[in-house]
Design a protein around this ligand. Structure first.
Ligand SMILES: *[C@@H]1O[C@H](CO)[C@@H](O)[C@H](O)[C@H]1NC(C)=O
Ligand SMILES: *[C@@H]1O[C@H](CO)[C@@H](O)[C@H](O)[C@H]1NC(C)=O
Length: 296
């Protein structure tokens, strides 16, 4: 086609050639202006691909990624320590009804305390509960009266949910569920838009779980409220060069991933409403395992 322009015989008249050049120049100019406008609006500052939308019901989405070297510094457990790394999301493991029931447990427990900042936690294993700028031990504080707050059914549901999440992770990574041990911290979180008061409230920094908590090998999150319905902001972001991947929380949605720096992540600041979730962590090292909570 370009041979038409270069062939002497069919050379375009000079007038037509000038028009053609002008058109090209105009096109390039327009493209440049569009690009500059686009960048100045910050639209391409946060190129993020949505891994799971709030409105979707995902049967299971799994993306394999190469493992980082973070596991090398720790004792390896064959058949458990990640050799296959990646991240997955599913809406099929925990029903929305179960998510609502478990959210009520979180609400009950957290209503006894609450951080002065926007982020409160409740750890049913250790009993840790955010109160003001600190934590108290719920079990020590309430003693036997804890049975007036939580029921046996609450704890059974918590154990069932943990079990289902554990099976999901084992299946996705091709390991045996019995090689995984629950580890700490495993906790409920409640986040609203109130400004942070202490470092404990600063949940939005990018981090690697294996670096933050040495024992983690597999991290999971069970969302207990809906993005853009119960709260705004607060999306989960896997950070990658070139393009971040977001998970929009949805009640009952489980997202899980290997805990090394192949899964650097952050949570966006919550802008309005209240966001509930549970972080459930697993280790391959039995020495770092913790027990399910029991109502004593
Ligand atoms: C990914 O997110 C971080 C923090 O929100 C941001 O600074 C970075 O520019 C994003 N990266 C891309 C490629 O959009
Ligand atoms: C956020 O939660 C705290 C308790 O942790 C509460 O004191 C505060 O009023 C809440 N803020 C908003 C904006 O709802």
């Amino acid at each position: 086609m370009f041979s038409i322009l270069s062939s002497k015989k069919d050379r375009l008249p000079q007038e037509a050639q000038r028009t053609w050049l002008r058109t090209v120049a105009l096109g390039v100019g327009l493209a440049l202006i569009t690009f500059l406008l686009w960048s100045s609006l910050g639209i391409d500052d946060d190129v993020a691909e949505v891994l799971a939308r709030r409105g979707e019901v995902l049967e299971g989405r799994f993306i394999e990624i190469p493992c980082s070297e973070d596991y090398d510094g720790h004792r390896r457990f064959e058949g458990c320590t990640p050799r296959k790394c990646g991240r997955g999301v599913t809406d099929m493991v925990i029903t929305r009804e179960e998510a609502e029931q478990i959210r009520r447990i979180a609400e009950k427990g957290l209503s006894l305390g609450g951080s002065d900042g926007g982020a409160s936690i409740l750890d049913l294993h250790s009993g840790a509960l955010s109160v003001g700028k600190h934590f108290v031990n719920l079990y020590r504080y309430f003693g036997d009266k804890i049975q007036n707050i939580f029921s046996e059914e609450d704890f059974k549901l918590y154990r069932d949910v943990r079990q289902k999440v554990q099976l999901t992770i084992a299946e996705a990574f091709g390991i045996s569920s019995s090689s995984l041990y629950l580890t700490k911290p495993t906790f409920f979180s409640r986040i609203n838009s109130t400004e942070a008061q202490t470092a404990h409230d600063e949940y939005w920094h990018a981090h690697v779980d294996k670096v933050t908590y040495g024992s983690f090998d597999y991290t999971s999150l069970l969302y207990l409220s809906d993005y853009l319905e119960d709260f705004g902001g607060g999306r989960f972001v896997f950070m990658e060069e070139g393009s971040n991947k977001t998970v929009e929380p949805r009640a009952g949605r489980v997202s899980f991933f290997t805990s090394g720096s192949e899964n650097l992540h952050r949570v966006e600041k919550v802008l309005w409403g209240t966001r509930y979730a549970i972080t459930i962590a697993f280790t391959c090292n039995p020495d770092h395992g913790i027990e399910d909570p029991v109502l004593t």
